[in-house]
Design a protein around this ligand. Structure first.
Ligand code: IMP
Ligand code: MG
Length: 183
């Protein structure tokens, strides 16, 4: 019997088997895209995971992408006034990242308001990326507050709080292998 704890007020949304099918689909789409894009130099393709939530998705995703790529991680968190519309995104671990003229794929486990991915996309373009594409496992489209969409999406979900497979609730439940909705 598993000693892992799951919240009582939660219901399964995607089993680990369903997650791997979704990840495989995203991996195939990325493979097709990469094979059909020009690549002046090997090493141009850089997948950047957004910590902490994306680490599990990233680990599974890169194994499903049939193309040479490199992996880095940055940490992003939102801060600022409690008023959500004025939230700012703080990015850590950008130092020493080689971005110039590279094709960046920002990988996040979920796109919600869109503020994190918008801020990071802007930052990476300012730092000289040749292109920036956005990859998200889950998409809460109805929650978007800024004009941005992911280029590669696993699955759209309704406006609900989800945990597991990297997603936390107060730093807990990131280690669950399935994704659950908290009510
Ligand atoms: P955004 O900037 O609002 O698009 O959201 C960015 C981050 O909020 C995501 O990368 C997650 O870390 C976190 N987040 C958004 N929705 C959820 C959720 O339902 N469960 C856990 N974390 C979430
Ligand atoms: Mg995140």
């Amino acid at each position: 019997m598993s000693l892992k704890k799951i919240p009582k007020n939660s219901e399964p949304l995607f089993s680990s088997k369903e997650i791997s099918l979704i990840v495989e689909k995203v991996g195939q789409e990325l493979t097709t895209h990469l094979k059909n894009s020009p690549h002046p130099n090997e090493g141009d393709t850089l997948f950047v995971g957004i910590l902490k939530g994306s680490w599990m998705f990233m680990a599974d995703l890169v194994r499903k992408v049939d193309f040479p790529l490199q992996v880095e991680f940055v940490r992003a968190s939102s801060y600022g006034s409690a008023k959500e519309s004025s939230r700012l995104v703080k990015v850590e671990n950008m130092n020493g990242l080689n971005i110039k003229n590279r094709d960046i794929f920002l990988v996040d486990e979920i796109i919600d308001t869109g503020r994190t991915l918008l801020a990071l996309k802007k930052l990476f373009l300012e730092e000289g990326a040749r292109s920036v594409k956005l990859v998200a496992l889950l998409d809460k489209k109805s929650r978007r507050e800024v004009d941005i969409n992911a280029d590669f999406v696993g699955v759209e979900i309704p406006d609900a709080f989800v945990i597991g497979y990297g997603l936390d609730w107060g730093e807990r439940y990131r280690d669950l292998s399935d994704i659950r909705v908290v009510s």
